[in-house]
Design a protein. Structure first.
Length: 266
C-alpha cells in the first residue's frame, strides 16, 4: 500500500474497531465526542485550560482526588478571566494558596502547581482583548505545516508553567484547533506500535495530522482532533459522558495486533 492508502486504512479501521467493540453507542453519542467547534468566549477557553489539571497532575489522577465543583465555581466565578486576573491572581501569595487549597485539595505540591499553572494561563490569555483576537493569533501559525504547529506549541509551553507539548496541544485541540492532537499514552502507544512514528510527542502529533489529512479524501470532515478522540477511546474505553450507557470491550493492544495482521495480508 502507498502511505496514503495505509493512512486511510488506519483511520477507517479505527472507526470500525471502536463501533464493533462498543455496546450502546449511537451515532448521536459518537458525534458528541467528535465536536471540534471553536469556543465563543474567553471564559470558555479559560475553563478548558483550567480543567487540564486533571490530565497533568499525577496526585489528582492516582489518588482519586477530584475537583470540587462548588469550590471551583466560587473561585473562578464562571471562569470569568477578567474577574480572575483582577480579584484572584492579584492577591498575596498566601491568600492565593488558601483559595486554591480549598478549591482543589491535595498536597501543598499539588494545589500549588495548579495555582501556578492557572495563573500563567490567565496571564497568557490576557494578552488578547477577546476570543476573536486569540483565535486570530492562533491562526497566524499555519496549522497545516509541522514547523508552524510546533512553533506555536513551544511558545505557549514557554509561557504556561507545567504544560509541555502534550498539554498545549491538548488545550488547542479542545478549543477547536482541529489540526492538533494530544500525544497521550494511548495515542502514542497506538501510533508508535504500528511503526508509524517514534513515541516523541511532536512526531506523534505530525503523524496523526498526516493520517487525518489523507483520510479527508474519504471524509472531508476528518481531522487530527477526531482521529485523536477515536484512538483515545480505543485506548481508554472511557465514554466519560455516557457511563452506564456505553461500554467498551476492546483494547489498544488488540487494535494494534489486528491492524498489523491486516498489513501482513496486503
Amino acid at each position: 500500500m502507498t502511505t496514503k492508502e495505509t493512512n486511510c486504512f488506519i483511520y477507517q479501521k479505527a472507526i470500525e474497531y471502536l463501533w464493533e467493540h462498543s455496546q450502546g453507542l449511537t451515532q448521536e453519542i459518537f458525534e458528541t465526542y467528535l465536536d471540534d467547534k471553536r469556543k465563543t468566549t474567553m471564559n470558555e477557553v479559560f475553563q478548558v485550560a483550567v480543567f487540564s489539571f486533571r490530565d497533568w497532575n499525577p496526585q489528582f489522577g492516582k489518588s482519586g482526588i477530584t475537583e470540587h465543583k462548588e469550590e471551583i465555581e466560587a473561585l473562578f466565578k464562571d471562569f470569568n478571566l477578567q474577574y480572575f486576573n483582577q480579584n484572584i491572581a492579584a492577591l498575596p501569595d498566601d491568600e492565593l494558596n488558601a483559595l486554591f487549597k480549598k478549591a482543589f485539595g491535595g498536597s501543598n505540591n499539588a494545589y500549588k502547581k495548579v495555582k501556578e499553572n492557572v495563573c500563567c494561563t490567565a496571564k497568557f490569555l490576557s494578552e488578547f482583548k477577546n476570543v476573536t483576537e486569540l483565535y486570530a493569533y492562533l491562526d497566524s501559525f499555519d496549522s497545516t505545516k509541522e514547523a508552524e504547529r510546533n512553533k506555536l506549541i513551544r511558545i505557549i509551553a514557554d509561557k504556561v508553567k507545567w504544560w509541555g507539548a502534550a498539554l498545549v496541544a491538548n488545550w488547542l485541540k479542545d478549543i477547536g484547533m482541529s489540526n492538533y492532537s494530544k500525544p497521550d499514552d494511548h495515542v502514542k502507544f497506538i501510533i508508535s506500535e504500528l511503526g508509524l512514528s517514534s513515541d516523541n510527542e511532536y512526531d506523534v502529533i505530525e503523524t496523526v495530522f498526516k493520517i487525518a489529512e489523507d483520510y479527508k479524501s474519504v471524509d472531508s470532515k476528518a481531522s487530527a482532533f477526531k482521529l485523536d478522540r477515536i484512538l483515545w477511546l480505543i485506548g481508554s474505553g472511557n465514554f466519560y459522558n455516557h457511563k452506564g450507557i456505553v461500554s467498551f470491550n476492546g483494547s489498544r493492544t488488540e487494535f494494534v495486533e489486528i491492524v498489523k495482521s491486516e498489513f501482513d495480508k496486503k
